[in-house]
Write a protein that binds this ligand. Structure first.
Ligand code: UD2
Length: 306
C-alpha cells in the first residue's frame, strides 16, 4: 500500500498544494498527521487532502515556517521557485526561496531532530558531458535555478555530515502527471497534451532531437517514500526512469494517444536548452530500492483520460 511504511508521524510537506507535494500528501494522509505549508502561488486548494492541516504562507516568512516546523518528525521539502526562466530574470528571488529558505528548514529540522527529504534537480548537472549521468558526474548548472538546487543538494549532505541530521536529496528529472498545469512555466507534456487536445499545432522547439527522461509523479512519490525510511541518509540520488526519448518522439506519442489531428511544427530552438538528459538510476535502485513502474506509454494513456 502506498506510504504504508510511514506511520503515525507528524509530516510537513512544504509546497504540499503543488503538483508533486500534493501527491506525496495523498500517499501519506491515511496513517499520518499531515501538515501542508504553501503560499498558493502555483499550488491549488483542490489538490490538498481534506484531512491535512494547511498553513498558508510564504516559506521565507520566519514565523510561518517556525509554526509549520513545530513538532515535526519528517519533512518533504518541495516548495521552490520552479521556473528556470524566472530564476534567470530574478536570481536573488530564486536564491532566497531555493537556498535561504532551505537552510531555515534544515535549522528547524536540527531542533526537532526531523528527517528532511528534499527536491533537488537534474538542473544541477547542466549540459552533461556524457549520458546517462551518475551522481558523481561534473556539475555545471546553466541557470540560477540549477546553482541554487546544487546548493540545496550540498546543504543537505552538509547538515548530515556536520550535525548528524537525517537528510536525503532526490534529483528529479522531467516529472509529469496529473495536476501539472499547462501554464507559462510547465512541463512540455502538459503543454503538448493541451495543444493536441485542442487541435492546435504541437510546438516542438528546434529540431526535436533533444532528449529527456520523463518520470511519472507516482514514481516520484515512491522515491520520496523510500527516502523517508532508508538507512542511506546524507546522500543524493538521481530519480527518473533511466531511459530518454526525443521531444519529436514525445510529440508524436502524444498526438497518437490523444487521437489528435494536430500538426507538429518546429519553432526556434529554446535558448539555453539542454541537448541530452538521462540519469543513471543504479544508485537509487540499489540503495533506496527505488524501482520506477510507470512506462511513458502508460503514463500518457492515463493522463489523457483525465
Ligand atoms: C526541466 C525542468 C526544470 C529543470 C531542468 C533541468 C520541468 C518542467 N522542468 O527543464 O525545472 O530541472 O529540467 O535541466 O520538468 N519543449 C518544446 N516545446 C514546448 C515546451 C518545451 O519543444 O512547448 C522542449 C524544450 O525545448 C525541452 C523539452 O521540451 O527540450 C523539455 O522542456 P521542459 O520545459 O518540459 O523541461 P526542461 O528539460 O527544459
Amino acid at each position: 500500500m502506498p506510504g504504508s511504511e510511514v506511520h503515525d508521524e507528524t509530516v510537513l510537506i512544504t509546497g504540499g498544494a503543488g503538483f508533486i507535494g500534493s501527491h506525496i500528501a495523498d500517499a501519506l494522509t491515511e496513517h499520518n498527521d499531515i501538515r501542508i505549508l504553501d503560499n498558493f502561488s502555483t499550488g491549488s486548494r483542490e489538490n490538498v487532502p481534506a484531512t491535512a492541516t494547511t498553513i498558508e504562507g510564504d516559506i521565507r516568512d520566519e514565523k510561518t515556517l517556525a509554526a509549520a516546523m513545530d513538532g515535526v518528525d519528517l519533512v518533504f521539502h518541495q516548495a521552490a521557485l520552479v521556473s528556470v526562466q524566472q530564476s534567470v530574470e530574478q536570481p536573488e528571488v530564486s536564491h532566497a526561496i531555493n537556498v535561504e529558505a532551505t537552510i531555515e528548514v534544515l535549522e528547524h529540522a536540527r531542533k526537532e531532530d526531523a528527517r528532511v527529504v528534499a527536491a533537488s534537480s537534474a538542473a544541477i548537472y547542466g549540459e552533461p558531458q556524457t549520458v546517462p549521468v551518475t551522481e558523481s558526474d561534473p556539475k555545471t548548472p546553466t541557470s540560477p535555478y540549477g546553482v541554487d538546487k546544487l546548493s540545496l543538494d550540498h546543504y543537505l549532505r552538509l547538515y548530515h555530515d556536520l550535525y548528524d541530521l537525517e537528510t536525503v536529496a532526490l534529483r528529479y528529472f522531467n516529472v509529469y502527471g496529473p495536476r501539472q498545469t499547462a501554464g507559462d512555466y510547465s512541463g512540455v507534456i502538459s503543454i503538448f497534451k493541451e495543444q493536441a487536445m485542442n487541435g492546435d499545432p504541437i510546438t516542438v522547439n528546434g529540431d526535436g532531437g533533444q532528449t529527456r527522461d520523463f518520470v511519472h509523479v507516482d514514481d516520484i512519490v515512491h522515491a520520496n517514500l523510500r527516502a523517508a525510511t532508508t538507512t542511506h541518509v546524507g546522500d543524493a540520488y538521481n530519480i527518473g526512469t533511466g531511459s530518454s526519448v526525443t521531444i519529436q518522439e514525445l510529440a508524436e506519442a502524444i498526438r497518437d494517444v490523444t487521437n489528435s489531428a494536430s500538426d507538429i511544427v518546429h519553432t526556434d530552438p529554446r535558448p539555453g536548452d539542454i541537448r541530452h538528459s538521462c540519469p543513471d538510476i543504479t544508485k537509487a535502485r540499489e540503495q533506496l530500492e527505488y524501482s520506477p513502474s510507470v512506462s511513458l506509454e502508460d503514463g500518457l494513456e492515463t493522463l489523457v483520460q483525465l
